[in-house]
Design a protein around this ligand. Structure first.
Ligand code: SF4
Ligand code: SF4
Length: 435
């Protein structure tokens, strides 16, 4: 079978998925309390709609979207708001949060099935918005906004992202294997919202069993869905690289997939869309992979949003003595987490406990050119980094800094272990400020 991929740049890190690939989805016993942040999505944080002492029911809106690019936040449990305070979320940002004490008895409000198929497109988009669905592959862009096709534009291709190219992470893989029927129905919900001419699911070759399963089930159900197996290559899960690999389209600098007639939606998001459309269940829980060489028992866990990382670690038997860093997300694009009490948000697909794997020694740039060769955006990371190092932010911007996806391919291949991505994050911030 022909395996497609994108052409320019990319790297092949050890996928490390064997650690958790066979670990079936399991539900975390409900923690005593949850810390539900108002900053769970790209765009403006939600505005707190409840106060200390309020009783909340599962699915109640506790934070309301504060703009077009924003999203409602719902209570994942029945309980009482014990405290309102600031928390630091995994990205490092400070946000308002509701600390909810969970009741001993929990209701089950999402059992009745609804008929989404007869809903007009507008109504379906309104439902998706009101359920607080955001992209669960990490970007957390509000899904209803992404699915709203502006006048004059048309969507020809809906591309479903089943790539999960970050090492260690297997939450989407387990979702595809164990929830295939629901994921496919979620894909059809997405299709009803954007009305594409074709639907393609891109899945990398290290998940061929999932690709075969989805293909067989889609054909059994008569869904017009094609499954495209892809060669393993990082960062194929990025929208731009995925579109190049699956439909051969290049998204120009500064443009969006919509500008080339495409919409991309991740597997976890499709499952959330299924629950939203069929049960009117808001996005209040997700699958998270807890893995890494320094966790006692890697697992794929279904946990409510707001679960503290410390509760997940305890459920996995605790950390090993050689733990050096905790990373929220994957090792390439994730965030180092200083506090184990950091709460899960809608974009938390992974939590990694890692031992010391690379030394933190950095040498000068030896001009080997590897970073340039592997950059999927065709940038010159070495030159951008040098400019940022000496405060020449505009020069770095002129070299295309704002097109950098922060994918980490350059840093991964750099023999001098230069902190390239950290440099680019800083350069963007300073460049914007100067502007
Ligand atoms: S982090 Fe930026 S510069 Fe480095 S490879 Fe990725 S896109 Fe290119
Ligand atoms: S990979 Fe590292 S050492 Fe090589 S050119 Fe790029 S920044 Fe310099």
């Amino acid at each position: 079978m022909k395996l497609a991929t994108f052409r320019r740049g990319g790297v092949h890190p050890d996928d490390k998925k064997a650690l958790s690939k066979e670990m079936k989805l399991e539900r975390l016993p409900l923690p005593a309390e949850l810390v539900v942040s108002m900053s769970q999505h790209l765009g403006a944080p939600a505005q707190l709609a409840r106060k200390k002492g309020d009783e909340v029911r599962k699915g109640d809106v506790i934070g309301t979207a504060s703009g077009y690019i924003s999203s409602d936040v719902h209570s994942p449990v029945d309980g009482v708001i014990k405290e309102i305070r600031k928390v630091r979320v995994q990205s490092g940002a400070l946000a308002d949060a509701a600390v909810i004490e969970c009741s001993a008895q929990q209701s089950d409000p999402w059992t009745e099935r609804h008929d989404w198929k007869s809903m007009p497109q507008e109504e379906l988009l309104t439902l998706i918005r009101s359920m607080g669905i955001v992209g669960m592959g990490g970007a957390t862009f509000p899904t209803a906004v992404k699915f709203t096709v502006p006048m004059g534009k048309a969507v020809d291709a809906l591309v479903i992202n089943g790539v999960e190219c970050e090492p260690y992470l297997t939450s989407d893989y387990r979702t595809m294997i164990e929830r295939a029927d629901e994921v496919l129905e979620g894909v059809m919900v997405a299709a009803a919202a954007v009305k594409p001419e074709r639907i393609i699911i891109g899945i990398e070759a290290n998940k061929m069993d999932a690709a075969e399963l989805l293909e067989a089930k889609a054909s059994e159900k008569g869904y017009p869905i094609a499954v495209q197996p892809l060669r393993m290559k990082y960062p194929q899960g990025d929208e731009k690289q995925l579109l190049k690999a699956t439909i051969g389209r290049e998204v120009p600098s500064g443009k969006l997939p919509l500008d080339v007639g495409a919409v991309v939606c991740n597997i976890g998001t499709c499952y959330a869309l299924y629950e939203a459309a069929v049960f009117h269940k808001p996005l209040v829980e997700r699958v998270i992979t807890v893995s890494g060489e320094s966790i006692s028992q890697p697992r794929n866990i279904i946990a409510p949003i707001g679960t503290r990382f410390s509760d997940l670690i305890a459920y996995c038997g605790g950390e090993k003595d050689d733990l050096v860093s905790l990373v929220a997300g994957g090792p390439m694009m994730g965030f180092a987490v200083a506090d184990e009490d950091t709460p899960m948000v809608k974009g938390s697909g992974g939590l990694l406990a890692l031992p010391l794997m690379i030394d933190d020694y950095t040498a000068p740039c030896v001009l080997c050119g590897k970073c340039v060769q592997h950059c999927p955006m065709g940038l010159m990371p070495n030159r951008m980094f040098r400019n940022i190092k000496y405060g020449n932010y505009q020069a770095a911007m002129d070299l295309g800094l704002m097109d950098c996806k922060e994918c980490g391919c350059c840093a991964y291949t750099c023999p001098s272990h230069l902190p390239l991505v950290q440099g680019f994050k800083l350069g963007k911030k300073m460049g914007r400020k100067k502007k």
